[in-house]
Design a protein around this ligand. Structure first.
Ligand SMILES: Cc1cc2nc3c(=O)[nH]c(=O)nc-3n(C[C@H](O)[C@H](O)[C@H](O)COP(=O)(O)OP(=O)(O)OC[C@H]3O[C@@H](n4cnc5c(N)ncnc54)[C@H](O)[C@@H]3O)c2cc1C
Length: 405
């Protein structure tokens, strides 16, 4: 049994069927659609591609592979002794082997209240449809974006693309402060300003008030900004509500290198899985399409009897305002203050590279218009190359990263 019909769950189901012609496979998913691409949703909302292009599987694909698919159905709880799953459709499923591939949902935002039509989130195809109708229906073309990170970037690009006068509310002193260094944050903000976006720093939202003409975003400093729509990109919360206490968890479901949980014959994969990153030794969750696919494949093989191990350097790229922003590896800084940041910026070419180092090794990087360095960095991270003696050179634009390999 597989919980979650996203890329991780679907890939696992298909992999099991490739390796086992007879076993019965049940795939349960809360959403009403067969597999679709979340990665393509931004292009769909901008009107660059039709909805059909986003849908990656037809119902017949599941039938052909004899995968019993239950859509619009949610597993509410699990009994690990009886090996039973209970759904909101009052159905009970018995399982021998279980994969949790339940992904995540947009983290709740206290100010969203009942304003779901105008306070927009961006995680599902239904969200994308809501965004399309809300942007079309808005009489005043004004928008606010809350948050820092990839979803906030997608909202900025979308609103500008649709001709909205846009204000970005950044909590810190510059955009995406908890990940980027100041030069990187400022470089992106210059780009936003060229596109007509106003940036408000240190903006703690105190309320979103509904008015007949739209919304008013109020900040703790007492300022009020009118916006027909608000796009919120404040992160992902893992879907764990149905996971019983016997299954160990942190931010996500804890897994070992074979993606096994602490309970026999139960695996987890994709955004919901919390694994130990081989290159840093840290536990982490990621929100990453390719990685969810790879984990789905490995979990599927292992459910069919293999012992494959997961190891990869996560990478994620988006293109906004003709600028490619790439994250490689782990860029989260720990509270112990041991992570160091080294960066180099070429202002004229709008290029920025920020490296996060721990114990003398690069563990992650953010690249702005420097996509070509991605594979070199992934290799340096994977090999755990000690770069301590090159720390000052790393900050120079003339230094060739590949010389460290
Ligand atoms: C707008 C957007 C753009 C993105 N762009 C990129 C990109 O450019 N590059 C990149 O690498 N990544 C990108 N991502 C992230 C990437 O799409 C995700 O990492 C990936 O889709 C996660 O796949 P998953 O299968 O683990 O989980 P999900 O896709 O979240 O699928 C989990 C499914 O399980 C269902 N479910 C949850 N709980 C239950 C339950 N109890 N019972 C039944 N079903 C349940 C959920 O409803 C959901 O349908 C983007 C994400 C978004 C939202």
């Amino acid at each position: 049994m597989i919980i979650g019909g996203g890329i991780a769950g679907t890939t696992a189901a298909e992999t099991i069927r490739e390796q086992d012609a007879y076993g019965s496979i049940v795939l349960i998913s809360s959403e009403p659609y067969p597999l679709y691409s979340r990665v393509l949703l931004p292009r769909y909302v901008r009107g660059n591609i039709a909805e059909e292009k986003v849908i990656l599987r037809q119902l017949g694909d599941y039938e052909e592979r004899r995968i019993s698919l239950y859509l619009s159905e949610t597993v509410q709880s699990l009994d690990m002794e009886k090996r039973e799953a209970y759904t909101n459709a009052d159905r009970t499923f018995l399982f021998k082997k279980l994969l949790i591939a339940s992904g995540g949902h947009a983290a709740p935002w206290e100010h969203a209240r009942a304003e779901s039509e105008r306070v927009l989130r961006f995680q599902t195809l239904d969200d994308a449809r809501r965004i399309i109708s809300a942007t079309a229906a808005a009489k005043e073309k004004t928008a606010a974006v809350i948050g820092g990170g990839f979803i906030a970037l997608e909202f900025l690009e979308l609103f500008v693309h649709k001709g909205f006068t846009t204000t970005l509310f950044a909590r810190g002193a510059y955009f995406w402060e908890h990940v980027l260094d100041e030069n990187g944050g400022r470089l992106l903000e210059e780009l936003f300003e060229i596109k007509g976006i106003s940036v408000r720093h240190g903006a703690e939202i105190s309320d979103i008030a509904a008015q007949p003409f739209g919304l008013v975003v109020q900040t703790k400093d007492g300022r009020r900004t009118e916006a027909a729509l608000v796009g919120v990109g404040i992160g992902l919360e893992r879907n764990l509500f149905f996971v019983p206490a016997q299954i160990a968890r942190g931010t996500g479901v804890l897994v070992d290198e074979e993606l096994r949980t602490n309970i026999a014959d139960v695996w987890a994969a994709g955004d919901v899985a919390e694994y130990r990153d081989g290159s840093t030794g840290r536990r982490r969750v990621t929100g990453n399409w390719t990685q969810s696919f790879v984990q789905g494949r490995i979990a599927g093989s292992n459910m069919a009897g293999a012992h494959e191990k997961f190891h990869a350097v996560a990478a994620y790229s988006v293109k906004v305002f003709d600028t490619v922003i790439t994250q490689v590896g782990d860029v989260e800084r720990e509270a112990d203050g041991k992570d160091e940041v080294v960066s180099r910026t070429d202002i004229e070419r709008r290029r920025h590279e920020m490296f996060v180092l721990r114990d003398g090794r690069i563990i992650g990087a953010i690249l702005v218009n420097a996509f070509a360095e991605k594979s070199t960095l992934a290799e340096l991270i994977e090999r755990r190359t000690n770069v301590s003696s090159h720390k000052s050179s790393l900050a120079s634009l003339d230094f060739v990263l590949a010389s460290l390999l």
